[in-house]
Write a protein of this length. Structure first.
Lengths: 507, 255
């Protein structure tokens, strides 16, 4: 039988921790007793009652450890168990990284910069500049998810980023894929050798999904923010992203995706591209330019690959019988218009360009020309395509790709409008999007068709479905749900738009 | 004694609270300086500002102790076990298993603490019987004494409270410095905010449903501190009550 008593100063533990430690130590084979506690008179008295010799001079602020063991070896094992248990308590304290833990979580971009080379900023737009600038100055590239950031701040950020040779993706950059990691809204596309520079989130998603369907994978998709190719911003981030992809050994070809861009900026970028070693293709929307699907087909053609037949799922539901209302005159063909309700801004732009070629000017909250703007209240007038994800619509509320409520309300309103001749919708799948968007949209489509039928009208619905089979929501499952609801579904937004125009014409 | 606390620590009424400023820049034994400039901890200089005012127990002299004890019993499920002294013997607090906090002994230890608290408030025993009892940095016995002082203050038994506080003050060397400073704070009516909130709720005869929330918050203080303080508060109320049931309990416990 051997005994061991020691005093430890500066060791502070709560009762339950000490109980656990003494239980662990008592569990060591050969250890018959272990008492661990602060050296208060009462505690020391108890320990002495158990025939331990506690040194004189022990004070209440000392930790007293008293062990009894069968032999020296067991005592050594018991003491080792004690050290281990106390060390585990300390480690648990150190690992606590919550508020006030021993390892405090970084609270500023600058503090986090040691461990990262990319910052994701998603604070409200009014506060985004400070965070993003902090990151840039710390040498980080920034994905700036926030919208409602003033253009002057964007220019300042991107100028600072160019000086430090980092990239600012955004503001209002919803989509990026960096080295196979999806940031924001992105599809689970296969990895490969095509790099994207995208001044457009849903446009990039459309291009990536079409390429994926054709069997072509992505190296990176670098978003640059929807305004990057405007005259004010001058393509600052696009230049950085092009240089970065050109230097990337994984990337063997580059596609620049954009909503309608400033012609001067585009011309300048063409010069930049001429100096790159990697071939660059353009999917920049504009009147008389190829749509996104045609741009992807051109890339595939240039690489000697066949153009696939883009997937489509025709409406599977019987259109409900149209109620003859007799007295209500059904609007004549001339009074029936295309109504597009989009969540993707670039998809809306593309639809306006493609449909505009046949239908003439289209009104919108993001009009191709200023005079085509919708009146306040955003009520549809003639051929109209609205972008429910525009800044104006999303201030203080989630993007409709996350919360579809506003769009579903608008679909119901359009269905009740006798001048609505065809509904054109988009649905974007992938990370970040609503986990089961097709079910709600299918319900709204059924409702819209039913409302129109009850009013004596047939209302065709066409959906552009942007996604890949690997997406969490499942491409085919979503397409079938929409088709069952009565919609014609297309993987290509341009094809969906053409179908909608055709349905309007043949009425 | 000047506790300097991180945000997640129990809000001690005597403490300076800091934000999460990274790992402590000092280790046990390092010298620190407290003067007009602030608290110098290694490379930190903490300049205190008043950002909160610790709540204080408001005496409610008209409060019927029996009613308050009954309300606390109803709101604290642990009361039944603690008062089961008729059938189950309280542990001898000098049993080393109390120091080890052995689970099978915990209900008996709770009864032992309660019995000792009743003896202390009745003047049969001195606070020294409890101060320093228990293994941790704030020994259970100290929390019980703090509960007694707070409970007596609530009932307006100022003289008894002051006598007990003076006794405790003489025995402070029996416990850890931190814990002793908290016992003295309790004599002034200060404790962790949930404890004070419960007492003030008892003082205004809050409904049992509301008290239950207060009790839960107290039980969340520390690992066993909350229950220990409740033990002391209950003992103060019960010992002060006229009701026969508590008198007879006390007689049994005090044997």
């Amino acid at each position: 039988m051997t005994r061991h008593v020691e005093l430890r100063g500066g060791a502070y533990y709560d009762s339950v921790s000490l109980m656990q430690v003494s239980r662990t130590v008592r569990g060591t084979p050969g250890v018959s007793d272990a008492m661990i506690g602060m050296g208060t008179d009462l505690n020391v008295g108890m320990i002495r009652d158990l025939e331990f010799e506690v040194p004189a001079g022990v004070g209440p602020n000392d930790l007293v450890v008293a062990l009894r063991a069968d032999d020296e070896a067991s005592m050594a094992a018991g003491l080792a168990a004690l050290e281990e248990a106390l060390a585990a308590l300390k480690a648990a304290g150190r690992q606590a990284t919550g508020a006030g833990g021993a390892v405090a979580p970084p609270r500023t971009m600058r503090a986090a910069a040691d461990e990262a080379n990319l910052a994701f900023v998603s604070v409200p737009g009014d506060h985004a500049f400070a965070e993003a600038m902090d990151a840039v100055e710390a040498g980080l590239s920034v994905m700036l998810f926030s919208d409602n950031v003033p253009v002057a701040q964007e220019v300042a950020l991107k100028t600072a980023a160019a000086e430090r040779d980092v990239l600012v993706m955004g503001p209002d950059c919803g989509t990026a894929v960096v080295s196979g990691v999806a940031l924001g809204f992105a599809n689970r596309v296969q990895r490969g050798s095509v790099g994207l520079v995208a001044a457009s989130g849903t446009g990039a998603q459309q291009v990536m999904c079409l390429l994926d369907a054709a069997g072509v994978g992505m190296s990176h998709c670098l978003g640059v923010g929807g305004r990057d190719l405007s005259a004010a911003v001058g393509g600052r981030s696009t230049r950085q992203a092009l240089a970065g992809l050109d230097a990337d050994p994984e990337t063997t070809s580059i596609i620049v995706v954009s909503k309608p861009a400033d012609p001067t900026v585009l011309a300048e970028l063409h010069e930049v591209v001429a100096g790159l070693a990697t071939p660059v293709y353009w999917a920049t929307l504009g009147a008389g330019r190829p749509d996104l699907t045609e741009a992807v087909e051109a890339v595939l053609h240039a690489q000697g690959m066949p153009e696939p037949a883009w997937a489509q799922w025709p409406a599977a539901a019987e259109a409900p019988a149209v109620v003859s209302t007799g007295s209500t005159a059904v609007a004549s063909q001339a009074e029936r218009f295309l109504r597009g309700i989009f969540v993707g801004g670039t998809l809306a732009d593309e639809a306006m360009i493609v449909a505009g070629e046949r239908l003439g000017p289209i009104r919108s909250n993001i009009p191709l020309a200023p005079e085509l703007g919708l009146p306040s209240g955003m009520v549809s007038e003639g051929h109209t395509i609205v972008d429910m994800g525009d800044d104006e619509m999303t201030r203080g509320r989630p993007h409709p790709m996350i919360d579809p409520t506003l769009r579903l309300e608008r679909i119901a309103a359009e269905a009740a409008d006798p001048s609505c001749g065809v509904l054109l919708l988009d649905l974007v799948l992938g990370y970040g999007s609503h986990p089961d968007p097709a079910e709600e949209l299918a319900g709204a489509i059924r409702g819209a068709i039913g409302v129109a039928a009850a009013a004596g009208r047939r209302l065709p619905v066409v959906v552009a479905l942007v996604g890949v089979e690997g997406d969490p929501q499942g491409l085919t499952a979503c397409a079938e749900a929409l088709s069952q609801a009565g919609a014609d579904v297309y993987l290509s937004n341009a094809a969906a738009t053409r179908r909608a125009v055709e349905l309007l014409d043949v009425r | 004694m000047l506790p300097v606390l991180r945000p997640e620590a129990v809000q001690l009424p005597t403490a300076v609270r800091i934000g999460d400023a990274g790992p402590w820049p000092v280790r046990p034994g390092d010298p620190v300086r407290v003067d007009a400039a602030g608290i110098a901890l290694g490379r930190w200089l903490i300049t205190p500002v008043r950002s909160w005012r610790p709540p204080r127990v408001v005496p409610a002299p008209g409060l019927a102790a029996a009613t308050a004890a009954a309300a606390l019993s109803a709101a604290w499920p642990g009361t039944g076990e603690m008062l089961a002294g008729v059938d189950a013997a309280p542990a001898d607090l000098r049993d080393p298993r109390v120091l080890r906090l052995e689970p099978e002994l915990t209900p008996a230890a709770r009864r032992g603490l309660y019995a000792a608290a009743l003896r202390v408030v009745a003047g049969v025993e001195r606070p020294a019987a409890l101060l320093g009892l228990g293994p941790g940095l704030t020994p259970s016995g100290d929390d019980v004494v703090a509960g007694l002082l707070l409970g007596l203050r609530l009932l307006g038994r100022e003289a008894r409270m002051r006598g007990l506080a003076a006794d405790a003050s003489d025995s402070l060397a029996a416990t850890t410095d931190l814990s002793g400073s908290l016992v003295m704070a309790a004599a002034q009516g200060y404790a962790a905010p949930p404890v004070v909130e419960l007492l003030n709720a008892l003082g205004v005869a809050a409904q049992v449903g509301l008290l239950r929330r207060n009790v839960d918050a107290v039980l969340a203080v520390g690992h066993s501190s909350g229950a220990d303080v409740l033990t002391g508060i209950h003992a103060a109320l019960a010992a002060s009550a006229e009701a026969q049931v508590f008198q007879s309990n006390r007689a049994k416990e005090s044997r």
